[in-house]
Design a protein around this ligand. Sequence first.
Ligand code: LLP
Length: 445
Amino acid sequence: PAGTQRTPEGALRIAGHDLRDVAAQYGTPAYLMDEADIRARARAFKQAFSEAFGAIGTQADVFYAGKAFLCTPMARLLLEEGLSLDVCTGGELAVARKAGFPGAKIGLHGNNKSVPEIEDAITYGVGRLIVDSFEEIERVASIASAHGVVQGVMLRVKTGVEAHTHEFIATAHEDQKFGFSLADGQLMDAVGRVLKHPEALRLLGFHSHIGSQIFDSEGFAVAAERLIHVQLQVAQEHGIVLPELDLGGGFGIAYTDDDTPLTPQQLAEQLAGIVQRACDAVGHPVPHISIEPGRAIVGPAGVTLYEVGTVKPVHATDELTRYYVSVDGGMSDNPRPALYQADYTAQLADRTSDAAPVTARVVGKHCESGDIVVRDVQLPGDIQAGDLLAVPATGAYCRSLSSQYNHVPRPPVIALRDGGSRVWIRRETIDDLLALEVEEAEGEE
Ligand code: LLP
């Protein structure tokens, strides 16, 4: 993971770059991406899944979930690495398009896609639309038939799995917005309705995403078994063998030392075993599998680099002095601690120190007390204004969830590789923000 190596003088180093130099060149705060690390993770997923599923006589495709982090150079990198792409809005699709990502390798998600989004996807030749509601079945059918296209669709299924993760990122239990319920016959009803439009829709199979930041394959096993069971039901009732099964993403990463993620290889082998057993049990052919990792590909490859502005010792309790270390960003570049109580770590990036560690809380510059970047971390007691602080594992859902709260322009995304660095997304300026405002014309009320 990015942020694990140091120069002989003690500065943090990524892809051969001393982060003091990176800060001097690009400023702080900045999102730094270790390009080789992203490539290695993309490759590891692709290879592990093709091997494990190849061994059970089928194929597996890796659709990178663009919501984790997307920009044109990132889409190009994925294409070079042979991945497919999951997008969930017209905006993400526009990025894919700008990168020249072939429609056939794109899947479009979303529980409330607009008509223009569906039209864009269909005219661009998006290979699969993941349909999430009865209204959408009819909407997609009518747009596809107007364009003379037979659109590949998958049905998003609520498998009823309780993923052990934060409530806001669990997505397969009954009482949430995504998917057709397995429990009350909704899904089979949806299948019937899709099959009524053979001139416009081709049902590829089912899709399930059980949640995010998941560390074992139990939930996937339950979801896969249930889905293969309905595939069998479709075969019996309609005489069609659905060729595809998408198990979604959600594979966890290590934000702190407490997290113990599976490797892509372990995951691939476990999932292949699960799918094979589930198919064998009911005598259904093993479908073509796809997965949608986002976080596991980019999360560990990103580090946010901040500069410390103030250090304030606070007598939190009689026993505890907590050092509030304020950095030049905060909840606008990483809202995850505020949204999900997400844990991160931080480390001094410009030097090492022998000073005794103190209990610190890394906070941002925004006007609220919940503006916390790292809730609890031990930092050297001599940490001071001007030090650089690195927060690792911020490659996923930081830039993509960022805001300009308090009119703080968003940091740039810098890709670092051996022998070079490149701006993927430039730093926003106050002028960028002001440019959105419409001045009142002369003489107007
Ligand atoms: N596929 C579907 C249909 C999804 O909804 C998601 C994530 C993924 C794949 C990718 O999941 P991943 O492998 O990245 O966990 N903002 C939250 C995460 C929300 C994820 C939403 N869907 C966070 O920062 O933790």
